[in-house]
Design a protein around this ligand. Structure first.
Ligand code: C2O
Ligand code: CU
Length: 516
C-alpha cells in the first residue's frame, strides 16, 4: 500500500520537470486571463456600432406576434441587415406632403452656437433666430407650415424635430434616420400640415443631448379652426439652463396681464430631461395633454400635474374677480402670475397628491378597438452591466438587451398595436414615440376610466407598468426612446418600423449623424 502510493508519488514527481512547471505557472494566468477577457472582448466588440450604419440593421426584429415579412430570414441577429423583404421597399424620403400645395405659414429658423445670458449669467448654448427658446411658431389647424432651417454656426450640425406632431416621416428631423444633419452653411426645408390642434415644441435631433439642453428648441402651437374658449392664451416653455430654471428663457416670474374674470389658457411645455410638477392655488381645469384635448375636463383643486420630460399640459385658470392675481407654479423655482398689471400673488403650497389622469375627465370612444390588437410588444426597461458603444458600465436594457442589440418593432400600416411598458430600472423614464400618439389603457394593471389619455411622452416611474395602444397609421421609421436625452445617448433607443420602408440615411457617415 505504502510502496504503491509512494511509487506513484515518485512517478509523478519524476514526470514533471521543473522547467515545465515554470512554463505552466506562466501560461496558466495567461489562459485564465484569456478565458475572462475573450467573452468581454466579444461583448465589447458587439457593443460597438459600425460606422456608418443603417437603423434598418439595428438589433433584432420584433413582430409582436404579427406577420413576419420573411419567416426565418435574418431574424435574431445583431447588425445583420435583417429587413430583407420580397417586395421592393419604399424610401421614407417619399413620405412628404403634396409638393404642389402652397404653404400657409412660412418660417425661417437660423441656428447658432452662441453665448446666452440667463439670469445675469453667461452660458454657452444654442439659439434659434438669436434667442433661446427660438421663436414660437403658430398656425391654425389645417394650415401647411413650411420651415426653412439654416445652420449658421452649430459645428456638429443640426436638425429640427417636431416633438408631438405626427408629421410625415421624411419631416421628422432625426439625423441619420429621416435626414442628414444640416452642416454649417447648410439648410433643410420642413413642410407639414398642422392637422392636430394643440401645444407642441421643436428641438434639434442631432447630438440632441447637448443641443436641446443648450437651448436649441422652441414652441409650436396649433390653434383649432374654431378658436379657443379662453380670453388669454399664453405659452410657458420651461427649460433649465446651466442649473437655472426658466420660463420662456427668463429666470424670473412670467407676468401675464389679464382682466378679472378672464379665463386663461396656459400652455406648459417641459423641455428638460426630468419630470416637472405644476400647481396653483384654487382650482383649474386640465384642458389638454400632449396636444390632445381631455374629454370633459372637470375643475381640479389640491392636485398637481406632472409633466414628464418632453410633455405639454394646457391648463385653464380663471383670474379672480376681486382684482387679485392667480399664480401657477412650474416646479418650486418658477411661476406664472396672471392678473391685473402690478398685482402679485404669493406662492401656493404644493399639493401632496398628483392629478391622476387614469381617471380624469370622462370616457369617449377611441375610434379603434385595442382589445384585439394585431401586434403586442413589450418595452421592458431594465439595467444591467455590460458594454454600450464600447464603454463598460451599468446600462439601460430593453427587453434584456443593451444598445445596439435592441428590438425594432415591426408593424404594417393599419395594425392595431398594444405595447406593454415595464420599468424595472430603478429610475423614471419619459418614454416618447415619434409620429404617433398612444392612448393609455392601464397603469400597473388598473384600467383607465377617464377621458382617453393620449400621450406622446409618458412618465414611467420605477416599478410602474403601462399598457398603451395606437393605430399604426403613419408609415415610416420612428424612434421610440427615452426623452431623458442623457439616457437616450446611453442607448435607451428603439425604433418602430413599418414593413416595406427603408431609409438611405446612415448613422455617423459623412454627415456625422448622431441623433442622440
Ligand atoms: Cu423630443 Cu426623439 O424627441
Ligand atoms: Cu430614461
Amino acid at each position: 500500500m505504502n510502496g504503491h502510493s509512494g511509487g506513484r508519488h515518485h512517478r509523478l514527481k519524476g514526470a514533471v520537470n521543473p522547467g515545465a512547471v515554470r512554463a505552466l505557472r506562466m501560461v496558466l494566468p495567461i489562459l485564465a486571463t484569456i478565458a475572462i477577457l475573450a467573452p468581454l472582448a466579444w461583448l465589447w466588440q458587439a457593443s460597438r456600432v459600425p460606422s456608418p450604419y443603417s437603423v434598418m440593421d439595428m438589433g433584432y426584429l420584433d413582430y409582436g406576434g404579427g406577420v413576419a415579412p420573411h419567416p426565418g430570414g435574418g431574424h435574431g441577429g445583431q447588425m445583420q441587415g435583417h429587413v430583407h423583404q420580397s417586395e421592393p421597399s419604399r424610401l421614407i424620403t417619399d413620405l412628404v406632403v403634396d409638393a404642389a400645395r402652397p404653404a400657409d405659414v412660412r418660417v425661417d429658423l437660423v441656428t447658432r452656437h452662441e453665448t446666452l445670458t440667463v439670469g445675469g449669467r453667461s452660458i454657452s448654448g444654442f439659439t434659434v433666430n438669436r434667442t433661446s427658446p427660438g421663436p414660437e411658431i403658430r398656425a391654425s389647424q389645417g394650415q401647411l407650415i413650411e420651415v426653412h432651417l439654416r445652420n449658421e454656426s452649430v459645428s456638429d450640425g443640426v436638425t429640427v424635430h417636431w416633438h408631438g406632431v405626427d408629421v410625415p416621416n421624411a419631416m421628422d428631423g432625426v439625423a441619420g434616420v429621416t435626414q442628414d444633419a444640416v452642416p454649417v452653411g447648410g439648410g433643410f426645408t420642413y413642410r407639414f400640415v398642422a392637422e392636430q390642434a394643440g401645444t407642441y415644441w421643436y428641438h434639434s435631433h442631432q447630438v440632441s443631448n447637448p443641443q436641446v439642453v443648450g437651448g436649441l428648441l422652441g414652441s409650436l402651437v396649433i390653434t383649432p379652426k374654431s378658436g379657443i374658449a379662453q380670453q388669454v392664451d399664453v405659452s410657458a416653455v420651461a427649460h433649465t439652463y446651466g442649473g437655472l430654471r426658466t420660463i420662456n428663457g427668463k429666470a424670473e416670474v412670467l407676468r401675464v396681464p389679464a382682466r378679472p374674470g378672464h379665463r386663461v389658457r396656459i400652455r406648459v411645455a417641459n423641455t428638460d430631461n426630468g419630470p416637472m410638477t405644476v400647481w396653483t392655488f384654487g382650482s383649474y381645469r386640465l384642458l389638454a395633454v400632449d396636444g390632445t384635448d381631455i374629454h370633459q375636463p372637470t375643475e381640479v383643486s389640491e392636485r398637481s400635474v406632472t409633466l414628464t420630460a418632453g410633455a405639454r399640459a394646457d391648463l385653464e385658470v380663471r383670474v379672480p374677480g376681486d382684482g387679485s392675481a392667480v399664480r401657477v407654479q412650474l416646479s418650486k423655482a418658477s411661476a406664472v402670475v396672471i392678473g391685473p398689471a402690478g398685482v402679485d400673488a404669493p406662492a401656493p403650497p404644493q399639493p401632496s397628491a398628483d392629478l391622476d389622469l387614469l381617471a380624469y375627465g370622462s370616457p369617449t370612444p377611441l375610434g379603434f378597438d385595442p382589445a384585439h390588437p394585431d401586434r403586442r410588444f413589450d418595452y421592458r426597461i431594465g439595467r444591467r452591466p455590460g458594454f454600450v458603444k464600447g464603454r463598460p458600465g451599468m446600462w439601460w436594457s430593453i427587453n434584456g438587451h443593451l444598445f445596439p442589440n435592441v428590438p425594432t418593432y415591426l408593424v404594417r400600416e393599419g395594425d392595431v398595436v398594444v405595447v406593454h411598458i415595464e420599468n424595472r430600472s430603478g429610475q423614471v423614464h419619459p418614454m416618447h414615440l415619434h409620429g404617433h400618439h398612444v392612448v393609455v389603457l392601464a397603469r400597473n394593471g388598473v384600467a383607465a376610466t377617464g377621458s382617453p389619455w393620449w400621450v406622446d411622452s409618458l412618465n414611467v416611474s420605477a416599478n410602474e407598468t403601462y399598457d398603451v395602444a395606437f393605430v399604426a397609421n403613419n408609415p415610416g421609421i420612428w424612434m421610440d426612446h427615452c426623452h431623458n436625452l442623457k439616457h437616450a445617448a446611453q442607448g435607451m433607443i428603439a425604433h418602430l418600423m413599418y414593413e416595406g420602408f427603408d431609409t438611405a440615411y446612415r448613422i455617423s457617415g459623412p454627415a456625422d449623424n448622431q441623433p442622440e
